[in-house]
Design a protein around this ligand. Structure first.
Ligand code: FPP
Ligand code: MG
Length: 428
């Protein structure tokens, strides 16, 4: 395993702890923070040490074997769609990354997930007779997405229901709705994002903005969001409405933050982490919190689920930022090395700055000068930026696993553990 002697990781984690509550840390004195992994010595203050996560504890590898998945509700068991199958473990994961757990969340939730896209398309259909609008709005709901958000929301719903109610632990219709709403909010944001990024390709096909003009595409994104809002209102649960509305505000603010950059290295990390929380982690965190609230979970339990989702979401985006440097366009179904071209300095670049300070001016000019993208790409690969990014993602996954382990044991609770492994070891 990579050993990270760098103080950066720990500054990052502390900054992030503050970011999570919406606070911006002033500035961090790099030399104050040192940590010896596995040792007791932390070179930072007591309050900082208290905020330090369980990153310095080795997680014992979990060995799990599970009885066949439950099929509550007595529903008939339809054929799994090929797309869900395609995204089951072996399709997306590094070889040998998960078999020891013997739980494949996609298989476990086969019945729950198989109709998600059909339901979403129906919900959109019911709200418009305009063929163009329907076609554009449903373009990405073709069953080729990874459906990570619905998968995690349903896993959490079922895990929490079991945790709270044991036998009577079927999925509530409202929880299923949240899984769909979560995918709809995500997709609405991707539709807008593709217009903003002038994207060419997504999910292995021309992106929506290539097929239709920007005005129609933008309104189709608005439409998906509007239908998701109607679905939220129909849940008639004030706390869930608040929590899911916050997600939309976070998404917009995260995307907006991405348009700007900060002067100093520490400010940049804080900015990056807050942006990452808002753009990616907030949706996952607040979706799993919503299903917990719908189950009747109190503050402590719903906060626990939120923290699981927050850690998983941060790890997910860190891995995404890593894959942008190491994966192929064919594997990802979208162009890679795209972030630098868009002027974005993500974790691998920010980490690489420590060894190659010449990256700083390139970051400030958003890699706009000829040769910047190629040079930055090369320096990131020569540095330990990719390793450090993966290490940080791993810490978040370990934290997510630690949190999931606090729920009562069930196949779904184990599924939450495996989902964290999925996120860390995914290849697309
Ligand atoms: C993908 O980022 C984009 C997001 C995760 C969020 C985008 C948010 C907005 C456009 C704000 C509007 C929000 C709503 C709900 C309408 P990326 O470009 O890093 O990833 P990519 O490579 O998949 O495009
Ligand atoms: Mg994009």
């Amino acid at each position: 395993m990579a050993s990270m002697g760098s103080s950066r990781i720990f500054r990052v984690r502390l900054q992030e702890k503050l970011c999570q509550w919406g606070c911006y840390p002033p500035s961090f004195v790099a030399d104050k923070f040192t940590c010896h992994r596995g040792g007791a010595a932390f070179g930072f203050s007591a309050s900082a040490a208290a905020a330090a996560p369980s990153c310095c504890q080795e997680r014992p590898r979990l060995k799990m074997s599970v009885t066949p998945p439950w099929h509550p509700g007595g529903q008939s068991r339809p054929q799994a769609t090929p797309s869900i199958r395609r995204y089951a473990t072996m399709g997306t994961q590094q070889p040998n990354s998960v078999p020891e757990y013997q739980v494949d969340p996609y298989r476990l939730l086969e019945d729950d997930l198989k109709d998600v896209y059909t339901y979403i398309r129906n919900a959109l259909r019911k709200n418009t007779y305009q063929e163009d609008l329907y076609e554009i709005a449903t373009y990405y709901f073709d069953g080729n997405g990874k459906a990570i958000r619905p998968m995690v929301a349903i896993l959490m719903a079922r895990a929490i229901n079991y945790h709270m109610y044991k036998e009577n632990s079927g999925l509530l219709p409202a929880q299923r709705e949240v899984a769909m709403i979560s995918e709809m909010i995500h997709t609405a944001s991707l539709v807008h994002d593709d217009v903003i990024d002038q994207s060419d390709f997504r999910r292995g096909k021309p992106s929506v903005n290539v097929r239709w003009n920007h005005k129609k595409v933008t309104m189709a994104g608005d439409f998906i969001l509007a239908v998701a809002s109607i679905m939220i209102a129909r849940l008639r649960h004030d706390d869930v409405t608040l929590v899911l509305s916050q997600v939309v505000s976070d998404l917009v603010q995260g995307e907006f933050m991405q348009l700007g950059s900060k002067e100093t290295e520490n400010e940049r990390f804080a900015h990056y982490l807050t942006k990452t929380y808002r753009k990616t982690a907030s949706l996952i965190a607040n979706s799993v919190k919503s299903v917990a609230l719908l189950a009747g979970a109190g503050e402590q339990l719903s906060d626990l689920t939120y923290q699981y989702g927050r850690n998983l979401g941060l790890a997910f985006q860190l891995v995404d930022d890593l894959l942008d440097f190491v994966s192929s366009s064919a594997a990802m179904g979208k162009p890679t090395a795209a972030d630098l071209k868009l002027g974005l300095a993500t974790a691998p670049v920010l980490f690489a700055c420590e060894k190659y300070p010449e990256l700083n001016p390139m970051i400030m000019r958003r890699f706009q000068e000829p040769g910047d993208v190629e040079k930055a790409f090369e320096l990131v690969h020569k540095s330990r930026g990719l390793e450090q990014t993966q290490f940080l993602a791993k810490q978040h996954c370990e934290e997510a696993i630690r949190i999931a382990s606090q729920l009562k044991e069930s196949p779904y609770q184990k599924g939450l553990v495996v989902a964290a492994d999925f996120v860390l070891n995914r290849m697309k």
